[in-house]
Design a protein around this ligand. Structure first.
Ligand SMILES: *[C@@H]1O[C@H](CO)[C@@H](O)[C@H](O)[C@H]1NC(C)=O
Ligand SMILES: *[C@@H]1O[C@H](CO)[C@@H](O)[C@H](O)[C@H]1NC(C)=O
Length: 398
């Protein structure tokens, strides 16, 4: 009896072990199948690292520079060298003939400066298309940025993934429920850094798979959040909180945009959202298909106004245009630098400025690269910051 019992329990134990082993084994196989291969892992790691490469994770950085403005090129080349960036210059344009404009251009009433600006941007997009670049960052030559631009862009990349990438294990479901709708009536949903772990890892661009975005409007002089409305852009927002590179609210200047990001969020918050009504084209990245669509819309299809107005039209708030997927960030990561001296030197597009600028500044940017040339070259680290915490706002006067 005793031996029978023992052998019975022995057999049970054997069967139990076999079943457990089988379960473990199949679980391991299933798990393994969902794990990225070492090669995939390496690619992913390097993709996020690429944001900190000399072209900020894009294939090239193109800078528009009028040959007559060698002064701006001096500063731009120095700023790039001191922050580890590599630039390629595209000549600005002058004397644009009316007959070269797309329909609507000849009687659009734009100034020669505005037409030159439009042509230069089209030339950049043309270059992106001709070279078949997967992506490029396009800057105007008076753009400035924080010394910490590379870490800022890494946070932006985490945020853009949340808005652009499908949820993990899906190809057509997104964290932002308004992502694929053209008529959204929902309230905006907010996300935070960390949520990017819930979306699929991109493989073709650190900012989100290249087929999923057209334009990243990183530098502007005013922006708004999309509103729930017909034909509005998706509503999702990603909050980057406790960002020491964002000035306290008293220092922030919305310029031609809305104050919502200043009044409704705690200090030191940067917000990534889709584009609505951005002004100025001083810094934006395009994907290859984005460059093709914009070149078609703005150089071939229809000329409907200044460059920035047309660009925010193609980003989704007007009919008759191809609708692009465009992200923006408030406050912006690139901003005009305003140097000391003759204010008329600020711009070659318009001549609204006169008199002398007595304080060099870059709005909303704390450790401005331009303002820190002297510090950087002297090897100092007590950087110039016009927008210190706890300090009253200063009058920039221009
Ligand atoms: C930077 O990273 C991007 C994205 O992977 C890549 O296309 C580009 O070639 C890299 N730039 C340089 C200079 O290696
Ligand atoms: C452009 O690049 C894409 C992606 O790398 C490639 O599939 C395509 O064949 C290229 N087109 C040309 C004309 O080289």
């Amino acid at each position: 009896m005793a031996t029978q019992k023992r052998s019975l329990s022995g057999r049970c134990w054997l069967m139990f072990s076999a079943v457990m082993l089988f379960l473990l084994f199949s679980a391991a196989i299933t798990f393994r199948r969902h794990l990225p291969s070492p090669r995939q892992l390496k690619r992913r790691e390097s993709l996020l690292e690429h944001v900190a490469n000399s072209t900020l994770g894009f294939e090239k950085i193109l800078v528009i520079n009028l040959p007559s403005r060698r002064d701006k090129r001096d500063a731009m080349s120095l700023a790039a060298a001191l922050t580890g960036l590599q630039l390629e210059y595209i000549d600005g344009a002058v004397d644009v003939e009316a007959k070269t404009l797309p329909p609507g251009g000849a009687d659009s009433g734009r100034t020669p400066g505005e037409l030159g600006n439009w042509r230069a941007h089209m030339d950049c997009l043309q270059r992106v298309v001709e070279l078949n670049l997967s992506s490029a960052l396009i800057l105007e030559d008076d753009s400035d940025w924080d010394l910490r631009i590379k870490s800022q862009m890494q946070e932006f990349a985490a945020a853009s993934r949340i808005l652009l990438q499908p949820l993990r294990g899906t190809s057509d479901r997104f964290m932002d429920p308004t992502h694929l709708t053209t008529k959204s009536t929902d309230e905006p949903a907010s996300y935070h850094l960390g949520h990017e772990s819930q979306v699929a890892e991109p493989v073709s661009s650190p900012y989100g798979d290249i087929a999923g975005w057209d334009l990243l409007w990183l530098g502007h002089c005013g922006a708004r959040f999309p509103i729930p409305a017909e034909e509005a852009a998706p509503l999702g927002r990603v909050e980057i909180t406790d960002d020491p590179t964002v000035p306290e609210t008293q220092h922030l200047d919305p310029q031609f945009g809305g104050r919502e990001y200043i009044d409704q969020y705690p200090a030191h918050t940067r917000i990534v959202s889709h584009v609505r009504g951005n002004y100025c084209t001083l810094g934006y990245a395009v994907s290859q298909q984005g460059a093709r669509k914009i070149l078609y819309e703005m150089a071939i299809h229809a000329f409907t106004g200044p460059t920035d107005l047309m660009l925010h039209q193609v980003c989704g708030d007007t009919d008759g245009r191809i609708r692009l997927t465009c992200l923006s960030v408030q406050p912006q990561l690139f901003q005009h630098h305003r140097p000391l001296g003759d204010k008329s030197a600020f711009s070659d597009i318009s001549n609204v400025w006169s008199g002398q600028n007595k304080l060099a500044f870059t709005r909303n940017v704390r450790w401005s690269t331009h303002l820190n040339f002297g510090k950087l070259l002297a090897g100092k680290t007590d950087y110039v910051d016009l927008f210190k915490d706890g300090q009253e706002a200063i009058d920039l006067g221009a």
